[in-house]
Design a protein around this ligand. Structure first.
Ligand code: AMP
Length: 517
């Protein structure tokens, strides 16, 4: 059998007239259209010298042709390598020379700069703009739609996604056809996707969430998606009238909650709201339920593993928890140092094993070895706890752990206490170098609108609720928390900004020149 993800998605399609994609400008693309378009593009790729196993690097805006290019790359047996459209030429130099693609597809505005980098690895360059125009699609128009999908083994690479790399160099996670197929199949079941579903697709497609979770799940279920170029709360609320599922990062939900048109009526036609890629505040979960009558379903995954756990479709969707392991996935919590599995309710390193777990980091065999245990479990780097009902709770990245006076402080615990205070919108707790304690627990707090809470009031409120060593040494107020495109708070930026807080005495605000104050 051909284990190529494309074949697994479409070989048994029996109705090519089903709608696959709808665009805001009213275009309707059927499954048959999408497959034919991917066939044309696959013919172009082969004509440009792309061979099975070659990487096709793509830095292009979200568009239907870009999604079809992903499918075409699979069909050609090549490896799709999407790159965040915010990356600069300097950053692209690293990715392109590391991945050595045979073809780079980019926006025409970047073609000249990218050409210079691509020629170092003898890659060709084709263009594709936000409207789906460029040399690639021009060639596709003249190409034949028929293409025999190249046979691949389950263990062959389908994609390489570079991790966001908040510590050290970004690493290329190698994902196989089996990784992506198994995850899509279990999510279709877990979230009860059927051909009646209409997904609001407002996520970027250079990331695992928008590319694999959203697109593969929809296509495998023969559902359709309303393919939006970006997240716009007005548009998302408007299209809910004819949609059934929204997949979003937590920022989608906080921003939608600020919109007066978000009501029980406007969300009435929807059956499911899914959140992931960053922690959804328990408060946001509760506010969403109160306002819309829907309990957000939070799930947990990462570039290297696809999805690992999910709150249940039926049963309790617990605020602040990411649910039990998905079918076929094993999740455990271990001692960070010894790797020994810990009993329920203990806090430790989250490790996962299953058909979803990636093959390793591209050209980093040493790094790959150190991130896996001998029994095949992948060490996620996330800290968490599994409760008595097998629900996983995430306490943050291991690298965000604060060690103060030799004691471990898990930021999430302090953040939850601070977030629960009236007048606080959100908070981030970080460790900042401290002359006495090694690291000083430091809270960066965003106040709610028109709130004037002080540092003293917050510290007083925490007194008696948290052990003394966990109480922040300082509380700093900011207008907002720095976030990446997926809504993750960038604690590394906060740590840099406040690095001198307990240091040489000069004002952190003077030195950092940062907009947070
Ligand atoms: P990425 O590889 O960019 O998808 O980032 C994966 C990381 O995002 C995980 O290792 C977690 O730290 C975080 N993450 C993903 N989903 C959740 C969630 N539901 N709650 C908390 N953190 C999450």
């Amino acid at each position: 059998m051909n284990a190529n993800l494309f074949s697994r998605l479409f070989d048994d399609l029996d109705d090519a007239t089903l709608l696959a994609i709808e665009t805001p400008d009213g275009r309707r693309i059927t499954y048959g259209d999408l497959i034919a378009f991917s066939g044309r593009l696959a013919n172009v790729l082969v004509a440009r010298g792309v061979r099975p196993g070659d990487r096709v690097a793509v830095q292009a805006e979200k568009s239907v042709p870009n999604l079809a290019l992903y499918l075409a790359t699979l069909r050609a047996g090549a490896v799709y390598l999407p790159l965040n459209d915010a990356y600069t030429l300097n950053e692209l130099d690293y990715f392109i020379t590391d991945a050595e693609p045979s073809l780079v597809v980019c926006d025409p505005s970047k073609a000249e700069g990218i050409q210079a980098i691509a020629s170092k690895v003898k890659a060709r360059v084709e263009t594709l703009d936000a409207g789906g125009k460029g040399s690639l699609t021009a060639a596709a128009t003249a190409a034949k739609p028929d293409f025999i999908t190249i046979a691949r083994a389950g263990d062959d690479l389908a994609a390489i996604l570079y991790t966001s790399g908040t510590t050290g160099r970004s690493k290329g996670a190698m994902l196989t056809h089996d990784n992506l197929t198994s995850n899509a199949m279990s999510l279709v079941d877990a979230w009860r996707f059927t051909e009646k579903d209409v997904l609001i697709h407002a996520l970027p497609i250079y990331h695992t969430h928008g590319l694999f979770v959203a697109s593969n799940v929809t296509l495998l279920a023969r559902a359709s998606m309303i393919f939006l170029p970006r997240f716009d709360p007005d548009v998302v609320i408007r299209v809910m009238a004819r949609a059934s599922v929204l997949m979003g990062v937590p920022t989608f939900y906080t921003r939608l909650l600020q919109h007066p048109a978000l009501t029980k009526e406007s969300t009435g036609p929807m059956r499911l709201f899914i959140s992931g890629s960053a922690p959804l505040l328990a408060d946001t979960h509760r506010e969403w339920s109160a306002r819309t009558g829907h309990a957000v379903l939070e799930r947990y995954g990462m570039t290297e593993t696809g999805m690992n756990t999910s709150n249940p479709y039926d049963g309790d969707r617990v605020p602040g928890a990411v649910g039990p392991a998905l079918r076929g996935v094993a999740v455990r919590v271990t001692d960070r140092e010894t790797g020994k599995e810990l009993p329920r309710e203990s806090v430790g390193m989250i490790e996962v094993k299953g058909p979803n777990v990636f093959k390793g980091y591209w050209r980093m065999p040493e790094k790959t070895r150190t991130e896996f245990r001998d029994d095949g479990f992948f060490i996620t780097g996330d800290i968490g706890r599994i409760d008595q009902r097998d629900y996983l709770h995430i306490l943050g990245r291991g690298t965000d752990l604060v060690i103060t006076g030799g004691l471990n402080v898990y930021p999430k615990e302090i953040e939850s206490e601070i977030d629960a205070l009236a007048g606080v919108a959100e908070s981030a707790v970080i460790g900042v170098p401290h002359p006495d304690f090694g690291e000083g627990v430091t809270a960066v707090v965003v106040r709610g609108a028109n709130q004037c809470l002080t540092e003293e009031q917050i510290l007083k409120a925490l007194d008696g609720r948290l052990a003394k060593f966990k109480i922040p040494k300082r509380v700093i107020f900011a207008d907002e928390l720095p976030r990446n495109a997926m809504g993750k708070v960038q604690k590394n930026i906060l740590r840099q900004t406040y690095a001198g807080l307990y240091g040489n005495g000069s004002s952190v605000f003077e030195r950092s020149g940062h907009r947070f104050a």
